[in-house]
Design a protein around this ligand. Structure first.
Ligand code: Z5A
Ligand code: MG
Length: 211
């Protein structure tokens, strides 16, 4: 990448098992093989102290009020904001597996007020592109039964999907809706085709923050 041009901030979002981890890793390796400087990250980042508290909650070893865990998820993003910014400004493209929108979708699905859920993430970096992997839930459960973590229940995932749709409707200019039931190869091709344009556009634009 040309010196002085910033990297792109690319996020993958969607319900459980929609293929975020698979596709974000694949895009990272495709772009790396093209010579793009890439950093792959994911949220929650369970390696920090706050991430440890989140992990205890998700694995059902600790109960927390809905508002408390929501703020911890947001704090877990805030503790990474400086390092993401530094990488982007140094020309590294950051590919992120779940971000702010998972925060709003999962908490609002529990009945926490949607605007309240969005508020703590205002001021975080806004992605240049979000790949939203959406499929009907029967399709996703056929990829193996949900595991033991707190949110891995069908009814709850349905509500999460509705909240992701709501977020997408408000942000369709930079969200790319993908049919997660397509084959790995079809999705990889579709994502790679969009990503090239995202990298070029981001290089010409200043970073922006979530309003
Ligand atoms: N959470 C929250 O509440 N608030 C927040 O702010 C944040 C998160 C950031 C942990 O997340 C939980 O935290 C999560 C949301 C909540 N809730 N739950 N449960 P996580 O990211 O650690 O969850 P995960 O278990 O790593 O990822 P995932 O969402 O369950 O799956 P995925 O990454 O979307 O899917 P995958 O691992 O890529 O693929 C799943 C399987 O399907 C795998 O066997 C693949 O080989 C297969 N697959 C993938 N794509 C395809 C296609 N196209 N065809 C066929 N098979 C496929
Ligand atoms: Mg994953």
């Amino acid at each position: 990448m040309h010196v002085g041009k910033r990297g792109a901030f690319i996020v993958f979002e969607g319900c459980d098992r929609s293929g975020k981890t698979t596709q974000s890793r694949h895009l990272s390796s495709v772009l790396t093989s093209k010579g793009v400087d890439i950093k792959q990250i994911n949220f929650p980042d369970r390696t920090t102290t706050i991430g440890g508290m989140i992990n205890a909650y998700l694995t059902n070893t600790q109960d927390l009020k809905d508002e408390v865990i929501h703020l911890l998820f947001s704090a877990n993003r805030w503790e990474c904001v400086d390092s993401i910014k530094k990488d982007l400004l140094a020309g590294t493209t950051v590919i992120c597996d779940r971000y702010s929108y998972s925060g709003a979708a999962y908490s609002a699905a529990k009945g926490v007020d949607f605007d309240w859920c969005c508020a703590p993430d205002r001021g975080l970096l806004e992605p240049d592109a979000v790949f939203y992997l959406k499929a009907n839930l029967d399709e996703l459960t056929s990829r193996g039964s949900y595991g033991e973590e707190r949110y891995e229940k069908l009814d709850f995932q349905r509500k999460v999907g509705e909240q992701f749709d709501r977020l997408y409707a408000q942000r369709s200019s930079y969200w790319h809706l993908l049919d997660a039931s397509k084959s790995l190869q079809e999705l990889q091709d579709q994502i790679a085709a969009v990503a090239d344009g995202v990298l070029q556009q981001a290089a010409e634009q200043p970073l922006s923050t979530i309003k």
